[in-house]
Design a protein around this ligand. Sequence first.
Ligand SMILES: Cc1cc2nc3c(=O)[nH]c(=O)nc-3n(C[C@H](O)[C@H](O)[C@H](O)COP(=O)(O)OP(=O)(O)OC[C@H]3O[C@@H](n4cnc5c(N)ncnc54)[C@H](O)[C@@H]3O)c2cc1C
Length: 394
Amino acid sequence: MKSLPAKKLLLAGAGHAHIGLLRRLSTERSDNIDITLVTEQLQFVYSGMLPGWMAGHYHLDDITIDVTSLCEQSSVRFIQHPIAKVEAASCTVTTTNNEIINYDVLSLNTGADTDTRWLHAAATTQKTAQTTATTLKDDTDTDTDTDTNASAVIAIRPLSDFIDRWQQILVDAYKSTHYRLAIVGAGAAATELVMSAQIALQRINPKHQVYLVCGEHLLSGFNSQFRRRVINQFKRHSIIVVYARATSYNEGQLLTTQESLEVDTVIAATGVMGAEWTQHTDLETINNGFVAVNATQQSISHLNVFAVGDVATRVDQSVAHSGVHAVYGGAVVADNLLSYLEDKPTQEYQPRTRTLYLLSCGDKYAIASWGSISLQGRWLWYLKQFIDKRFVKS
Ligand SMILES: Cc1cc2nc3c(=O)[nH]c(=O)nc-3n(C[C@H](O)[C@H](O)[C@H](O)COP(=O)(O)OP(=O)(O)OC[C@H]3O[C@@H](n4cnc5c(N)ncnc54)[C@H](O)[C@@H]3O)c2cc1C
């Protein structure tokens, strides 16, 4: 009797969920499934430890996972290229170098992009104004000006690019007598980044200064005691907080709805928007490019496509884009992929109503939030370190 051809499972993106799946596949492998991972980087950078790396607590090796060796251990074919297009009708994915990959089942875990629309909107407005006023200057010059300004604004994602840019910031800070850095964002990631950056820059020169430009609502969604504790830590670190919305960056000036700040560099940690490739897909997307999924994390338009983590948005309930849900949702997706391939029923991912958030304050001190409860202390930093290291090393 002839055996059936192997089913093709394609994993796109080496995010939290696929790291978990690869680890699982290294010990339990289903027969008759041909698995490929296509992703943009050889290394997965763990965002939870990135602020600790910036503050000097970790080496780069401590916060990264080697994706290729995980693939080798689990006999998964590895392709290093970002995906550019998903055509679910023909079950194909196209990479940025135009390689077309077929699949029977697709799992998407490519994360999301930093939302820098505030900057691009302002840059476009400036460009229009400049083009009208400067009739002698051609369009190419105007584009170059805009790009130069935009290049002083560093998006936190992709993390691998940010790592290079942060190292350049440190080089520049060593050369400067008064380096000024603004971080734009109001979420937990932005607040962790601002404290780590202040510690790192003031270690080089106490005159260096970091600003947080956070709009009107800092840490919305967290309890008020947690927020107060974070603000107290900002005071302890002499961080200047600007409660206004950043609108543009131009020639060393970060414009906000209230004031203009003279800064050398801006880091945008302004939440997430849909990944670029989602503009080239027939999968149903919502809220500016997130793959719309149901409770089993399956695309609502194509059931043989699963998506989890920041790339996806649930249509049945509100689930925050966070690493926690990428990990826990990812474990359910791992089960579902294997079940779906074997024609077995899939299960729902039920997010916990409360999740523990441990926010590091830059100097081995942390604040915890769990529902309406908040705690702080040095021991919490060590708890965070234990949890984070366990994730990376497991
Ligand atoms: C500084 C910082 C600290 C944070 N701390 C926490 C925290 O403590 N707790 C928490 O819950 N959340 C935290 N977050 C949020 C968390 O990082 C994200 O929610 C989480 O990374 C999302 O995981 P993911 O698996 O969906 O995607 P990601 O972790 O972003 O992984 C996506 C993967 O896909 C790859 N990829 C990207 N584009 C493509 C493409 N086109 N084709 C192929 N591959 C691609 C990437 O290289 C990457 O390997 C933090 C975020 C930041 C920025």
